[in-house]
Design a binder for this molecule. Sequence first.
Ligand SMILES: Cc1ncc(COP(=O)(O)O)c(C=O)c1O
Length: 451
Amino acid sequence: MTPALDLLLTTAGGANGHHRHVNGHNGVNGLKKRVDGFGTRAVHVGSEPDPSTGAVIPAISLSTTYRQESIGVHKGYEYSRAGNPNRNALEATLASLEAGGAYGLAFASGSSTTATVLQSLGPNAHVVSVNDVYGGTFRYIRRVAAENQGLEATFLDLENATDEEIVASFRDNTKLIWIESPTNPTLRLIDIKRVANLAHSHPSRPLVLVDNTFLSPFYSSPLLLGADIVLHSLTKYINGHSDVVMGALILPESNADIAQKLRFLQNAIGAVPSAYDSWLAQRGAKTLHLRMKQHGLNALAVARALESASGVEEVIYPGLPGKTASSKRKNELAWRSLSAHARKFIGAEEGDRPPAEGFPFSGMVSFRIRGGQTEADRFLTSTRLFTLAESLGGVESLAEHPAQMTHASIPPAERALLGIGDNLIRLSVGIEEQDDLIEDILQAISNATGL
Ligand SMILES: Cc1ncc(COP(=O)(O)O)c(C=O)c1O
């Protein structure tokens, strides 16, 4: 048995005992403690050679149903909505990559993942959510869950709220705290440990969910900071190639009962990904560590170049200390909350201060161009390498205008409160050559502003 398979057996399976094997490997040979590095797990866990053919890369299992030798006696699969070899393999990979994870559950999109979690709360529950949560999450809470299950919601600035304000938002029926960090598009950063401590010491003991899409399991390990559930839109960094829409949940061993409930809903609601998409996402996840390192290095370089450009009013990148007290606080929090593997990549030693020149912290950069919508529009049509498009997390660099694109559905007054002005531009910095990206950004800024 390979070391990677040792590890797989500690993480595969999820809440449903039927699926404790992956790719036909049955049986759990005791729980082994050995944990390989992030990149090794990304390549090997859930991806063992097929024992029946020797194929190094798993076949795509398109069958919707599975032969039973006698009723109920089978190789762990009955019907593909309940369990599919490619989906289960991906779920094992994800559970292994999200530090502290034991159960992985994949869904047909990040949004159906959100819907499944919120449905699991039942009728008349209350959630506390970060105020500038992803628009689709806000829409589901307000327009679907509120109407269909009486879900109540409090939206709070979890970056700046005091402990007292956070605790005051909890009610007897508060079942979930929804954190997204950094938020989109202004990259507010939430202190997950602080919020989790407040939630877990409150009598209603709400669960803490972290949408870790923007940082990916490479830069942040929310389960180790006290979160109960991590959510990803796999559409973004984990798949990483802008060709799959999918989502996932990862839960720690201590939340086996919640994982089981969600596994039940995964099958009962049925918003499951196809075998082909699962296979693609697993292929993408194998290079997550390499891509995230380059995304981070490139984003830091682009953010620094933007800081020095006279046509730019403000740069938002939590890896940079910035110029204000609040950006410095954010930079300290980003440094404190880096995952162990990101710290190793950066070379951070215990007790080190955040470097003055900044550090890689995923690939998202937002900035305010000098001027307004005209200058923003001109910038977005002047770039040669950054493509004007929504979404993020792919290998290619993208740029967008939140006020007119991703956040256009938010009323202008609320947008203004959230800091989403007409001159705000969001970049998803890809993994192209750094010099080319910087040259592209600087020529577009000067073309747009004349500065
Ligand atoms: C932070 C975040 N969470 C969830 C989602 C929803 O994911 P999906 O588009 O895969 O449904 C998105 C999509 O943009 C997102 O940015």
